[in-house]
Design a protein around this ligand. Structure first.
Ligand code: BDP
Length: 453
């Protein structure tokens, strides 16, 4: 292999050697608003958060993606009400992190002012919005009233409304133990009909479920009846709960973490739902580990590599996008902080930014031979030419043989001082040429541009 001429014998003994072939162009391109973030609806109780006045947050959203999607929802959306009036008295909090089983459940109010500021924020960052309504504890009338205001104020920034957050976990909480997909569909139709009576132009996405796919199948079956349903959605957490001994850094890097819900059978059900509904599919919420994330895992470089890999896997499947959940100072939030203290980019932010690079490209098939299951490869075609991505989640450097006549240059790497590093993540342009063999260092993601032949 060409690698033999490039590295010393000592170096080579530590290098895994694999090969890769590029297949045909798939009928899949990565859509403009593929990248997304997700915040709790409760965050809207502070109208100064999603506001053009929050300049640092505006800058971080824009730097992440020139077009993206902000989803508002999560567990707190089932405790939120809407008011046309400004809310009197002090704000209940400045920032609100991921809702967990430990979060104090208090009702919060979203005011028209919060929506106006949100519109300014969305205009400033040039993102769209998926807006969650309270199904768990709200009424159809209240949802219709809120929808009218949101539609009027957010207007063209609205991608769609979602009725309820994770209705597949309502049973024994907001609903009786017998609650199932048919009950959800009946409620959804009742809310939908109340909403469109007042706001006929409203569009919808759903079912925004946690993981019980029969709800997705049921929703996909009724979707063709409603031309205003434009998107199928559900959630994905790689691991959880955070207290589980299996929620570890090693499991996060493994191809199908032990507790994952995204198994091959699930992928098949999602594809079937898309075919039934004739609709695109989006992972509208998710992250590394539910219940607020795991310290030392969700906030480290491992989450960046996991996230880059996860997002590109979703892109390669032709999905419409991925929203990473966060907010406040939660362990898994990609952006942490508050307007009064300033914001920081967590390692995962750079994983998302890595995936953003491939928005607008077309996906190519790839076959990787001889590699550890902790190595993933992707190929994309765009006006930049053909680019290969190697995500090496192993502790060993990797040499990958491409075959005779294939040359080009390394153009971008995502690296950090250590896999559990919380700082020092580097997403940097590179300029190294290669011939036949590409090299990816341990714990890194790399982009290689192929020379046009
Ligand atoms: C999801 C909820 C979200 C939480 C997340 C978690 O929709 O609000 O923040 O779990 O537990 O189920 O981290």
């Amino acid at each position: 292999m060409a690698a033999a001429t490039r590295w010393s014998a000592a170096e080579q003994s530590n290098i895994s050697q694999v090969s890769l072939t590029i297949g045909s162009v798939l009928p899949v391109s990565v859509p403009k608003e593929f990248v997304g973030l997700s915040y709790e609806s409760a965050q809207l109780a502070n109208p100064e958060f999603f506001s053009v006045k929050n300049k640092e947050l505006v800058r971080l959203f824009r730097e992440l993606a020139p077009n993206g999607n902000l989803r508002l929802g999560g567990g707190s959306s089932e405790y939120t009400t809407y008011s046309d009036e400004a809310v009197a008295g002090p704000m209940p909090f400045e920032v609100f992190g991921p809702d967990t089983s430990k979060t104090a459940k208090k009702g919060t109010v979203t005011s028209a002012l919060a929506l106006k500021n949100l519109r300014g924020f969305l205009d400033a960052v040039n993102w769209s919005c998926l807006y969650g309504l309270n199904l768990g504890q709200g009424t159809a009338e209240a949802a219709a009233h809120e929808t009218a205001a949101v539609q009027r104020i957010l207007g063209p920034r609205l991608l769609a409304f979602q009725i309820g957050n994770e209705p597949d976990s309502f049973r024994n909480r907001f609903r009786a133990a017998s609650y199932g997909p048919a009950d959800f569909i009946a409620e959804w139709e009742r809310f939908h009909s109340a909403i469109v009576k007042v706001t006929p132009q409203a569009r919808f996405a759903g079912p925004d479920i946690s993981n019980k796919l029969p709800y997705l199948t049921a929703f996909a079956e009724i979707a063709p009846k409603y031309p205003d349903v434009v998107l199928l959605t559900s959630h994905y957490y790689a691991m959880g709960p955070a207290s589980s001994p299996e929620a570890t850094l090693d499991n996060l890097l493994s191809p199908y973490p032990k507790l994952t819900t995204l198994k091959r059978r699930d992928l098949h059900v999602i594809a079937e739902a898309q075919a039934t509904a004739h609709l695109p599919y989006r992972m509208s919420e998710g992250n590394s580990c539910w219940d607020g994330g795991k310290a030392g895992v969700s906030d480290t470089f491992a989450s960046a590599l996991w996230c880059a890999d996860y997002m590109l896997q979703c892109a390669a499947r032709g999905w419409a996008g991925v929203n990473l959940h966060g907010g406040g100072n939660g362990y898994y939030t990609p952006i942490a902080g508050a307007p009064s203290t300033g914001f920081i980019r967590r390692p995962e932010y750079f994983g998302i930014k890595f995936a953003q690079r491939f928005v607008g490209t077309t996906v190519l098939g790839v076959t990787l031979t001889g590699a550890s299951p902790l190595v993933d490869a992707f190929a994309f075609e765009s006006s930049r030419g053909r680019e290969l991505v190697l995500i090496n989640k192993t502790s060993q450097d990797l040499a990958c043989e491409l075959g005779d006549g294939i040359a080009g240059s390394l153009v971008l790497t995502l690296t950090a001082p250590a896999i559990d590093a919380k700082e020092g993540v580097r997403l940097a342009a590179e300029h190294g040429g290669f011939d036949r063999v590409i090299k990816a260092q341990a714990y890194s993601a790399s982009v290689f541009r192929l020379r046009k032949q």
